[in-house]
Design a protein around this ligand. Sequence first.
Ligand SMILES: [Zn+2]
Length: 226
Amino acid sequence: MGARLFQKIGYIFQSIASIVYNKGEVCLLCENPEEKELICDVCKSQIKILKLKYDVEQQGIKFPCCSLGIYSFNLKKLVLMLKYENEFMAGKILASYLSSYIKEDLEENIDLITFVPSSKASYRKRGFNQCEVLCQYVSEECGIPYRSLMRKKSEGRDQIGLDTNKRWENVKDSFMMINKEEVFNRKILLIDDVVTSGATSFYGAKCLKDGGASEVYILTVAKSRV
Ligand SMILES: [Zn+2]
C-alpha cells in the first residue's frame, strides 16, 4: 500500500480511536478511569523499558540491535492488541517508547526508518502491517522519514512453532529490495515488533545492507525468550 494512502487510513483510525477514548476516558490496558493519557500511571509503571542491546549475528555478519524490553506483561499485551485487535492506539504507545529511544539513546544519525515486511497473506488477513504502523508513528514523532524498502518474496512458513535452526532456514532469502535508489549510502533503522531468534530482523537488515545501505541498525519493541 502506498505510504500516502496508508497515512490517510492511519489518520482515520486515529481520529476514530481518539473520539472513542475521549468519550470512554478509560485506560487502554486495565480499563480503569483515565482522563488524560491513553494508559494510566499504574499500567505505565508496569511497562519495563530495559533497552536490551545485543547483536543479531549469523556467519560472521552482525547488526547492532536494541529491544526495548522483554516480551511479557504489558509490553506483550500492547503488541498483541495492535497486531490482533487492530488497536492502533496500542501502536501509538509503543511508538512513543521507540521514539524516546531514538531521540535520547541512539547515537547515530538515522537517514531513514523502515520496517520488516509482512507476507501478502498476513497483510491481506490483517489489512495492515503492524511494523509499518509503528514506523509511521515513530516517523511522525521523530521527524525521520519512513519508507517501504522491502518485500517478502515467498510466503514461507509462519515462524511460530519452529525451532531456532528452522527459523533461520525458513526466513533466509525471503526479502527483496524495492525502492533501491532510496537505500544507497543511507543509515537505516529497521523497526520490528518482536525478536525471537533474530532471523527475521537479521535477513531484513542484510537485505538492506546488500542493497547498498551504509549502516543498518535494528530496533524492536520486545525480545521474546522463547
Ligand atoms: Zn491502566
